[in-house]
Design a protein around this ligand. Structure first.
Ligand SMILES: NC(=O)c1ccc[n+]([C@@H]2O[C@H](COP(=O)([O-])OP(=O)(O)OC[C@H]3O[C@@H](n4cnc5c(N)ncnc54)[C@H](O)[C@@H]3O)[C@@H](O)[C@H]2O)c1
Length: 502
């Protein structure tokens, strides 16, 4: 087994390389920082000093530990200096030829036992290893940004990677305090394979004016408990990066959800890249919540998924109030009310009100409180409006739910509303990845929890919510849209067939 004590980081002056160097030095390794740019290395060394200083201030390290970690870091612009390293981790530009060229050169410089690891996000480890002269000693080691904070590492083997090398590299990641998961050498590994198409779906929903970017973030954070909304994340990583990721994945996967949404290209052309250019998807404005609400009365046909028996909202109902709330889909039109609120399940509001070729709208407003299967309902209310729904009715609906303490978002009358529209393809992907052997279920979930800060992973969540219900919701959206990404995954079909057989 190769013992890894001295590690070189190539591209240490860059975003990822600088963070990986901190991980290695903090983990006790002699850390050689290599980059083509001397200035970048000088900046990185200063940033490292500040990082360890801050770690001491936060009580995460003693002063002596910080001094020792910093003294383990040295810098060079000469590739020859990497000769005696036990492992080289490259985090240089995302270009196959550039990475292959680097490993080819290093093969002639480094000792025979040196392991080469690549931090690539989109390229194949097998292809990077090809022609390196030691493709049995090349592994994929995908850190998350910022590497010094995020514990997750997606580890992958090229076709010719030896088991001994993979285990040594895996052991090193644990030794330096990281949490590795294993994935196949496929585009995007786990994290980006789930995230890139999901983020594109978010941009497509904005492009189709289904709702505002602000409402997407509220819906995903409130409904699912994600720490960061997808539009905030997209503005952070940059829409130009999202274009590059789509361009890298689509030609390989031919998954149309991975292809770059036209709006994303237009935003980049307009210089609206996100935080780095000052303007992105989010406008930066927030809407004040209502502080007063009209009275509401409740009628109910059957058990409500939004407000199950005993829910505090039910006790707030009055007799013959200005707002009428129809639970369980029991819609009764009433023009004398300011608003009639209709609880929806998988159906569109138009099923209750009728449609008039884009002119539809009345005082009827659809709504659903997001809920994963039989989990407790979330705090999110999705309002559903038609093109000509009365503005007073919408304002009243908002006020009723906001004053009751809910987070309220608004969307067009399209299947899946915001949350299911964005989530169901991701669940189908995760279930398909499981079938295709990309990774174990635990590793898919762990990747989303650790790498993206989700409270739970897609497999555990869709399973808890019921695979048969996932089948029904996905199929309802697919039959209304014809969109193949909603075709229920095999595991959901099996669950549905078993349910039917019982
Ligand atoms: N930025 C991210 O969020 C992220 C996350 C995970 C993985 N990655 C991957 O990490 C790698 C680096 O990405 P980044 O965002 O840190 O890029 P970056 O542009 O910030 O840094 C790249 C660094 O590599 C240096 N460099 C380029 N060619 C070199 C060479 N031949 N030898 C030595 N140094 C060289 C550059 O001077 C620069 O300092 C890419 O493969 C990327 O896909 C990026």
């Amino acid at each position: 087994m190769t013992h890894i004590r001295k590690v070189a980081i190539c591209g240490a002056g860059g975003t990822m390389g600088a963070g990986i160097a901190l991980v290695a030095a903090r983990g006790g390794c002699e850390t050689l920082c290599f980059d083509l740019s001397e200035e970048a290395l000088a900046r990185q060394h200063e940033a490292a000093r500040k990082f360890f200083e801050a770690s001491v201030a936060k009580g995460r390290m003693s002063e002596a530990e910080a001094d020792a970690a910093l003294s383990r870091m040295t810098s060079t612009t000469s590739l020859e200096d990497l000769a005696d390293c036990d492992m080289v981790i490259e985090a240089i530009f995302e270009n196959l030829d550039v990475k292959k060229d680097l490993f080819g050169k290093l093969n002639g410089i480094c000792k025979e036992t040196t392991i080469f690891a690549s931090n690539t996000s989109t390229l194949s480890i097998t292809e990077i290893a090809g022609g390196s002269g030691r493709d049995d000693r090349v592994v994929g080691m995908h850190f998350c940004l910022p590497a010094q904070v995020m514990k997750l590492i997606e580890m992958s083997r090229g076709i010719n990677t030896s088991g001994e090398v993979f285990e040594a590299a895996w052991g090193w990641t644990e030794h330096v305090g990281q949490l590795p998961v294993e994935t196949q050498d496929k585009p995007g590994f786990i994290l980006n394979a789930l995230l890139v198409p999901f983020n594109n779906d978010v941009i497509r929903a904005i492009e189709a004016e289904i709702c505002t970017p602000e409402d997407i973030d509220v819906a995903i954070k409130s409904g699912l408990g994600y720490k960061m909304g997808p539009c905030t994340l997209l503005d952070l990583i940059g829409l130009d990066t999202q274009v590059r990721l789509g361009e890298a994945f689509y030609p390989i996967t031919l998954d149309k959800r991975a292809s770059v949404p036209p709006l994303c290209r237009r935003m980049v052309a307009a210089g609206r890249l996100g935080n780095k250019s000052g303007q992105g998807l989010l406008s930066g404005t927030t809407r004040a919540k209502a502080t007063e609400a009209p009275a509401y009365s409740i009628s109910s046909d059957r058990e409500s998924r939004s407000f199950p028996a005993g829910d505090a909202f039910l006790s707030g109902g009055a007799q013959n109030a200005e707002i009428s709330i129809c639970l369980g889909g029991a819609f009764v039109a009433d023009d004398t009310k300011t608003a009639v609120l209709v609880e929806l399940d998988m159906e569109c509001l138009g099923v209750h009100t009728g449609e008039h070729m884009g002119q539809e709208g009345s005082n009827a407003v659809g709504f659903a409180r997001y809920r994963n299967g039989d989990d407790a309902p979330s705090n999110l209310i999705e309002l559903v409006v038609q093109p000509n729904t009365n503005a007073d009715a919408i304002a009243a609906a908002r006020a009723v739910f906001e004053v009751a303490g809910f987070d309220v978002v608004q969307c067009k009358d399209l299947p899946g509303r915001i949350v299911d529209r964005l989530l169901r393809p991701k669940y189908n992907d995760a279930l398909r990845f499981l079938d295709e052997g990309l990774a174990q279920a635990e590793d898919i979930d762990k990747t989303c929890r650790l790498g993206l800060g989700y409270p739970d992973g897609p497999i555990e969540r869709v399973t808890r919510g019921g695979l048969a219900r996932h089948h029904d919701i996905s199929l309802a959206i697919q039959s209304a849209t014809g969109d193949i990404s909603y075709a229920p995954a095999r595991r959901a079909c099996v669950a549905k067939q078993r349910e039917a057989a019982q």
